[in-house]
Structures are given as structure tokens and as C-alpha cells.
Design a protein around this ligand. Structure first.
Ligand code: HEM
Length: 222
């Protein structure tokens, strides 16, 4: 197993576990998002749960579809043997990203922690949309390697929620910092990681990849 395959399998395990966790937690364990909403104090806008909750369900549903479809499309076996499926599934991914961004746009003004976090989420929205559209433009121009790189960068954003909650947990439960402050630190630390980690990963995997945009044949890695 080469480095690319190892990284793919590791990301696949994390993604599958997180998809199951997100679905079970948000639709079965806490469908009213009571724990999360209990931290929303001093909101400038009044949050209407009868609208916010259904939007959140759509958000989580499409976020999970984006995570699953993105993961499938990074499989070199599927890419090589089922090009048509790769293309169709790619459109499923892009449409899901659009739905997640749209629903996120609705929820951002009510973000826990107020304006500073609303800004962070809006920044995420803009970045994710721009990066995903860039990946799409590259494949329309048949620039496979560039498409792959931008898709790896785009896919990283599927881990936003997981990272925010991981950071918030560490700062709040381990270091004893107030929940809302931990959430803000978590949000901005996640944005930084989501941009840095894919670049580090791409550099680490580069030596085993040959650039097909420059006319060379290559088996997709990750
Ligand atoms: C793809 C994986 C994602 C999943 C599974 C997910 C899931 C969730 C869930 C369950 C919530 C409700 C509160 C909570 O428990 O956190 C939420 C809130 C939210 N998500 Fe996502 N999300 C994902 C990605 C994103 C992305 C990429 C963005 C931004 C581009 C985003 C923006 C938001 C916003 C603005 C809120 C409201 C935050 C608040 O009220 O403080 N999410 N998300």
C-alpha cells in the first residue's frame, strides 16, 4: 500500500465514522439541537427554532452527502473504471456543497458567539464556494491534476463541523475556557487548519505523483 492509498483509507475511516456520528447525533440523540442551542445567549437576532431546525436538518443531510460523494470520487478504482459515475457523482458533490453553503448562509447570522463567528462562517462559505467552482472550472478545461488539487482543498471543508467541535471540546473541557470563547477559537483554528492541512498533504504526496497536465500518464493518488 503506497502513501496515497494509506492516506485515502485513513480519511475514509474518519469520514464514515463522522457521517454516522452526525446523522445519529443530530437526528436521533438530540434532534431539537437542545445542547447546541443552550449556548446561544445574547443573540442580536431572534432565532426561530421552527425555521432554524429544518434548515439545520437540510444542512446536516447535504453535508453528509457531500462528505460521502467526495470520498467516493477520490477512489482511484472508481475513477478509472467508472468515469461516467465519477462525473455524475461530482455533480452530486457540487450540488451538496451549494446546499450546505446556502443553509449555512441562513444560520450564520445566528452563530453562537455573535458577529465575530458570523463573519468566520461567511468567510468559510465564500472560500468553499470559490474553491469548489475553481476545481470545476479546471475539469471543464481538462486540467486533471489542477482539478484534483482544488478538489482535495474543497473536500477539506467537509471536516469543518468535526474540527470546530473537536477544538471547542479541547479548549472548553480540557483547558476550562468558557464555551463561547472556545467555540470562537475553534472556528478560526479550524479555518486555518482546513487551508493548511490539504497543502501539506499535497506536498507530502507530490513525489509519488506525475503530472498528467504535462502530458504524463499517472494513476490517481488520493
Ligand atoms: C460537511 C460537514 C458539516 C456538517 C456535518 C455540519 C453540521 C452542522 C451541524 C450539526 C450544525 C448544528 C450545530 C452543531 O451541532 O454544530 C451546524 C451548524 C452550522 N454549520 Fe455546519 N456542518 C458542516 C459543514 C459546514 C460548513 C462547510 C459550513 C460553512 C461553510 C457550515 C456552516 C454552519 C453554520 C453557519 C452553522 C451554525 C453555527 C452556529 O449556530 O453557531 N457547516 N453544522
Amino acid at each position: 500500500m503506497d502513501r496515497g492509498q494509506f492516506v485515502y483509507k485513513l480519511i475514509a475511516c474518519i469520514s464514515i465514522i463522522f457521517i454516522l456520528y452526525a446523522l445519529v447525533y443530530n437526528f436521533v440523540i438530540d434532534p431539537g439541537a437542545e445542547t447546541f442551542l443552550s449556548h446561544k445567549v445574547d443573540l442580536v437576532r431572534e432565532l426561530k427554532p421552527q425555521i432554524w431546525l429544518p434548515v439545520m436538518y437540510v444542512h446536516v443531510g447535504f453535508a453528509c452527502v457531500a462528505m460521502a460523494s467526495g470520498l467516493i470520487n477520490f477512489s482511484s478504482r472508481i475513477y478509472e473504471k467508472h468515469r461516467r459515475f465519477h462525473r455524475l457523482n461530482g455533480y452530486v458533490y457540487v450540488s451538496s456543497v451549494l446546499f450546505v453553503v446556502l443553509t449555512s448562509g441562513y444560520m450564520a447570522p445566528y452563530a453562537t458567539g455573535g458577529k465575530i463567528n458570523s463573519m468566520g462562517f461567511n468567510l468559510l462559505n465564500i472560500l468553499w464556494l470559490l474553491i469548489t467552482v475553481t476545481a470545476l472550472v479546471h475539469i471543464f478545461k481538462k486540467q486533471i491534476q489542477k482539478h484534483r488539487r482544488w478538489m482535495i482543498q474543497s473536500y477539506a471543508f467537509c471536516f469543518t463541523n468535526m474540527l470546530i467541535h473537536l477544538f471547542t471540546f479541547v479548549f472548553h473541557q480540557v483547558f476550562g475556557i468558557a464555551y463561547v470563547t472556545s467555540y470562537t477559537i475553534g472556528l478560526y483554528s479550524s479555518i486555518a487548519l482546513l487551508l493548511i492541512v490539504p497543502q501539506v498533504l499535497l506536498r507530502a504526496l507530490k513525489p509519488i505523483g506525475i503530472d498528467p497536465d504535462k502530458g504524463e500518464k499517472r494513476r490517481p493518488v488520493l
